[in-house]
Write a protein of this length. Structure first.
Length: 225
């Protein structure tokens, strides 16, 4: 017998320049769906928080480091960064206006309101690929949580971010000794090789267990000093 909680409730549906994005409530969870494909929900967040912590640890005590977070998502990474006083400037790039609205005025504000109110936080509505190509700003850490990772992109155009050319642009916005941390829904040995070929050093992968299936991972790499 089906219950009311078996059927997701659509809270908002938007058509944007990159297709449809939907915010749903399923039981106690909020879910983001892009072009009919599940992207993320509010069920856990361990790996998204680890993305931030692993980058900070790899900076090895650098004072008030700045971080650029690629992708706002459900807000786990931003909220975790803002909860840590060791971070300096926190910049988030998100290309979907709907996602930003859901955090500023909608149901996702329950996760991110303190972080959005933090004076260190700046939310930029733009595409990350365009941003790293065009900005003159540099950061101590770049934490990417774009799509489902290097081997399983859902949104057209995101694959280029994980290519040698895309990683070169990522390196350009990092200060010497800066850290690139990349979230992925599954391990990718091939991506480790791509990072090394792009000139990054100290390349390694951390696995974060999940309730079912293959672990989430965080790929870490350092721009040479």
């Amino acid at each position: 017998m089906r219950t009311q909680n078996d059927t997701p409730e659509v809270l908002d549906r938007r058509e944007g320049p990159h297709g449809e994005v939907v915010l749903r409530r399923h039981g106690g969870l909020l879910q983001i769906i892009a072009n009919g494909c599940f992207l993320m929900d509010t069920s856990d967040g361990r790996s998204e928080r680890r993305l931030i912590d692993a980058a900070l640890e790899a900076l090895d005590g650098r004072a008030e480091p700045s971080v650029l977070i690629g992708g706002l998502g459900v807000g786990f990474s931003l909220a975790h960064a803002a909860a840590d006083p060791r971070w300096g400037r926190i910049t988030v790039v998100e290309r979907e206006a709907a996602v930003i609205d859901w955090h500023r005025e909608g149901p996702l504000s329950a996760l991110s309101a303190p972080a959005l109110a933090d004076p260190r936080t700046d939310i930029l509505k733009t595409d990350l690929v365009a941003f790293v190509n065009e900005t003159c700003a540099t950061f101590d850490a770049l934490c990417l949580d774009i799509d489902n990772g290097p081997d399983w992109t859902v949104t057209e155009g995101n694959h280029g971010l994980y290519s040698p050319a895309g990683l070169s642009c990522c390196a350009r916005v990092l200060r010497p000794g800066g850290v690139l941390a990349v979230w992925s829904a599954r391990p990718s040995p091939e991506f480790e090789g791509t990072l090394r070929n792009a000139g990054f050093q100290q390349v390694r992968t951390e696995e974060i267990p999940v309730a079912r299936g293959v672990p989430d991972v965080v790929h870490l790499a350092v721009r040479p000093g």
